[in-house]
Design a protein around this ligand. Structure first.
Ligand code: SF4
Length: 449
C-alpha cells in the first residue's frame, strides 16, 4: 500500500507521524506523494486557528482522489480526531479510521486490517491510564536517520489544565512511560549511530509523578540516558516551570552531554495574568529558577513561549511581560496573540483584549525580542564551538558548499566546508565569525573554511 501523511502542529505530532510512517514501512507499505497514495493520514492539531475547518477542507481534497482509485481511504488522528471522533465517519464516507493520541499505538494494525478488508471502520478514541508501549519497527527495515538525531517519547498527556490549553482534553491525563523502556530505546538508538536525542513530553518535569514512571524522577531518567555510550547531545522539551526540580537544574552543571539550552515557557510576566492562566508559578519563582539555571550552567541559552492579550491583560500587565523578557534575556521566543479556542476555560474569561490592542502589543514584544536576540548572537562572535551538521544550508554561493549545523545550545551555525557531501551527522569544530539576525556563521576551526 502507498500512504501519505500530512502533519499539523507540535513536535509531538511530528514525532508521532514519523513513528507511524516507520511502523507502516516495517509492514511493507510505501510512503508516496499525494497524487499516488492509496491511504491518506491526517495528523491534526487543535491549537491552530479554525482547526476543524482546516481538516474538513483537507478531507475534501482527499475525496477528489477517489475518482482515480475508488479504494482510496483516509484516516484522521491527533487532537481534532479526539474532539470530533466518529463525527468524521458521518460527514466523510472515505474516512475509515479515527485515532486519538492514546489510540495511535493501535493505528498501524487498524490501517492494515482496513486495507485488507478485515475491518470497515475503526475508532481508537479511548483514553488509557497507562502509557501504551508502541511497537518498535524492526531495526533491519529502518535506516538510522541521516542526521543521527532522534526524538524519544517519555510520556503522554498532561494534568495541568492551563486556562488557554486544550491538550489535557485531547491528549488525556499524564501517563509516564516506563523508564526502562525509555532507556532501552535510547540505548538502541545510540548503538545504531544516533548521537543526539531529544526526550519529548508535554511536561517532562513531572515525569514519574504518575504511577507509570515506576518511582523514577525526571532527574534520575536524565542521568540514566546521559550515561549511555556514544550519546554526544541530550535535550528535552517541554518543561513546565512549576515542576522543575533542583536536581534537574543541577544536572545542567553536572552532565557534560546535557545541552546548555532550555525552553521554559513563561507565557506572561504578570502575576495576575499567570494566576488567571492557572500556571501555578509567579514572577519570583520563575526568576529564582532562571538564576539557579544560570548559576549551574552560565552559558545556558533560554527560550520561551509568550501569549499576549490574554483576557484581562492590562497595559501594566503587558509591561511586566516586557520587563521579564529583558531581565531573563531570552535568546528567542515564540509569541502569539491570545484567541479563544472552543472548550478551554479562558473562553469564558472577560474582559477580552481588543485584537488591535493585542496586535500592537505583540509587535512591541517581538521588536524587543529581536533586539535581545541580536545582542545574544553578537556576543558569540569569536567563540569556538562544535557544529553538529544537519544538512545543506540555504546560503549557497559559488564557493565551497555551505552546511547547516547546530551548536550545543541549538543555535543554527552555517559553515562553508570544502567537503561536498558525507557530512550529515558529523560534529565539526568551528569558530563563529559572524552573527546574523537569527543564526550564526562559522568557519571550520583551523581551516581557511
Ligand atoms: S502544561 Fe499547560 S500549556 Fe502545557 S500542555 Fe499542559 S495544559 Fe497545555
Amino acid at each position: 500500500m502507498k500512504f501519505h501523511i500530512t502533519t499539523f502542529g507540535c513536535q509531538m505530532n511530528v514525532h508521532d507521524s514519523e513513528w507511524l510512517a516507520r511502523a507502516l514501512e516495517a509492514r511493507g507499505w510505501e510512503p508516496a506523494g499525494e497524487d499516488e497514495a492509496q491511504v491518506y493520514i491526517l495528523n491534526t492539531c487543535s491549537v491552530r486557528d479554525k482547526p476543524e475547518q482546516k481538516v474538513y477542507s483537507e478531507l475534501g481534497r482527499v475525496a477528489a482522489h477517489l475518482r482515480r482509485d475508488p479504494a482510496v481511504f483516509a484516516a484522521v488522528g491527533g487532537c481534532v480526531a479526539q474532539q470530533v471522533g466518529r463525527g468524521f465517519f458521518d460527514r466523510f464516507p472515505h474516512v475509515r479510521l479515527v485515532f486519538g493520541s492514546d489510540g495511535i499505538a493501535g493505528a498501524p494494525g487498524a490501517l492494515e486490517r482496513i486495507a485488507q478488508g478485515r475491518d470497515d471502520r475503526v475508532a481508537l478514541l479511548d483514553f488509557v491510564n497507562i502509557y501504551e508501549e508502541r511497537e518498535r519497527p524492526n531495526e533491519r527495515t529502518v535506516a538510522v536517520p541521516e542526521t543521527r538525531q532522534a526524538f524519544v517519547n517519555i510520556m503522554q498527556g498532561c494534568d495541568n489544565f492551563c486556562a488557554y490549553c486544550i491538550v489535557p482534553y485531547t491528549r488525556g491525563r499524564q501517563k509516564s512511560r516506563h523508564p526502562d523502556a525509555v532507556v532501552e530505546e535510547c540505548r538502541a538508538l545510540a548503538a545504531s549511530g544516533v548521537r543526539e536525542i531529544t526526550l519529548l513530553g508535554q511536561n517532562v518535569n513531572s515525569f514519574g509523578l504518575d504511577k507509570g514512571g515506576a518511582g523514577v524522577s525526571f532527574a534520575d531518567l536524565l542521568r540514566r540516558v546521559a550515561a549511555i555510550d556514544g550519546l554526544d547531545r541530550l535535550r528535552f522539551t517541554t518543561s513546565h516551570p512549576k515542576d522543575i526540580a533542583p536536581e534537574v537544574i543541577a544536572a545542567f552543571g553536572e552532565l557534560p552531554n546535557l545541552c546548555p539550552s532550555l525552553h521554559l515557557p513563561l507565557q506572561s510576566g504578570s502575576d495576575a495574568v499567570l494566576k488567571a492562566m492557572r500556571r501555578r508559578y509567579d514572577r519570583t519563582r520563575y526568576l529564582s529558577i532562571v538564576d539557579a539555571l544560570k548559576a549551574a550552567r552560565p552559558d545556558i541559552a533560554l527560550t520561551t513561549d509568550l501569549i499576549v492579550g490574554f483576557p484581562g491583560e492590562t497595559e501594566a500587565d503587558f509591561r511586566d511581560t516586557l520587563e521579564m523578557v529583558e531581565r531573563v534575556g531570552y535568546e528567542s521566543s515564540f509569541s502569539f496573540k491570545y484567541s479563544d479556542r472552543p472548550g478551554v476555560a479562558a473562553v469564558n474569561m472577560e474582559p477580552k483584549v481588543a485584537p488591535e490592542e493585542a496586535g500592537e502589543r505583540l509587535a512591541r514584544l517581538q521588536s524587543l525580542q529581536n533586539s535581545i536576540t541580536r545582542k545574544c548572537l553578537k556576543k558569540l562572535e569569536g567563540v569556538r564551538t562544535d557544529a553538529f551538521i544537519e544538512g545543506l544550508s540555504r546560503m549557497q554561493d559559488d564557493g565551497p558548499t555551505w552546511w547547516k549545523g547546530r551548536d550545543p545550545a541549538g543555535r543554527i551555525v552555517n559553515v562553508p566546508l570544502a567537503e561536498g557531501d558525507g557530512l550529515m551527522g558529523m560534529m565539526i569544530p568551528v569558530s563563529i565569525v559572524e552573527a546574523k539576525k537569527h543564526s550564526l556563521v562559522g568557519e571550520k576551526a583551523g581551516s581557511p573554511w
